[in-house]
Write a protein that binds this ligand. Structure first.
Ligand SMILES: Cc1cc2nc3c(=O)[nH]c(=O)nc-3n(C[C@H](O)[C@H](O)[C@H](O)COP(=O)(O)O)c2cc1C
Length: 216
């Protein structure tokens, strides 16, 4: 695919088919993401991918957590909505409103259910960083994550980056063999989009003038 086509076609998919992604394709996607820039080429990222039996266990744990109404306890604190700028808070509100309107359900039950079942994804990617970092590696990891999603899209594989995937790190750590000195920062679900209206939802973006300043 052309670069712009890859960028424009990538969007968050929230319901995947059960079709597996071949290991060689997963390796290729991560290899491409490794071309991402990082502070002094520090390459701070570690990548763990859950498929098969490991993924099955993770999904079972999530079902149990939801049953018991356990609150997420991520390695990277979520903070409060008011930690976001007012503009971002408005964007988040608009996004949730748009999802509700699109799905014709103010309670967005299907959207929430798909989160709970980890989007039925056949592969979950976990991105970790060594503990005690300055904050700058988060920038590197974000770039890495996007490169990974674009590399996936280029291979016809859909994705969603989601907090949902990393909200119970204590349970993930032993299953993925993540050492204690690494933080599980972010998760990305990969797979092939299922036939589901939720996958056709398109999120909006601010007008360019609101985010771009060019001084001459
Ligand atoms: C850091 C981060 C966390 C996210 N967490 C979730 C999540 O837990 N559940 C979810 O459904 N979507 C989640 N998303 C997806 C965003 O809602 C989505 O990227 C945004 O609305 C823009 O839409 P698009 O990805 O389709 O372009 C997350 C995205 C990012 C970057």
């Amino acid at each position: 695919m052309e670069f712009k086509e890859v960028v424009n076609k990538r969007h968050s998919v929230r319901n995947f088919k059960s079709d597996e992604i071949p290991v060689t394709v997963l390796q290729d996607i991560v290899r491409t993401a490794q071309r991402s820039p990082s502070w002094e080429n520090s390459q701070p990222w570690n990548v763990y991918i859950a498929t098969g039996e490991t993924l099955k266990k993770i999904k079972e744990i999530w079902v149990g957590k939801y049953k018991e109404k356990v609150k997420g306890s991520p390695d990277m604190p979520t903070g409060h909505r008011t930690n976001f700028s007012e503009r971002s808070q408005q964007n988040m509100k608009d996004f949730m409103g748009a999802v509700a309107e699109y799905s014709g359900d103010p309670e967005i039950k299907h959207f929430l259910k798909m989160n709970e079942v980890l989007f039925n994804a056949p592969a979950l990617v976990y991105l970790t960083l060594g503990k005690g970092h300055t904050g700058w590696p988060i920038y590197d990891l974000g770039g890495f994550g996007l490169a990974l999603m674009l590399a996936a899209k280029d291979q016809g594989i859909d994705s969603i980056p989601a907090y949902e995937i990393v909200k119970f790190p204590a349970e993930l750590r032993p299953l993925l063999s993540v050492p204690e000195d690494e933080e599980i920062i972010m998760g990305i679900a990969l797979g092939y989009a299922a036939e589901d209206g939720i996958n056709d939802f398109s999120s909006s973006r601010l007008p360019l003038e609101e985010v771009l300043t060019i001084k001459q």
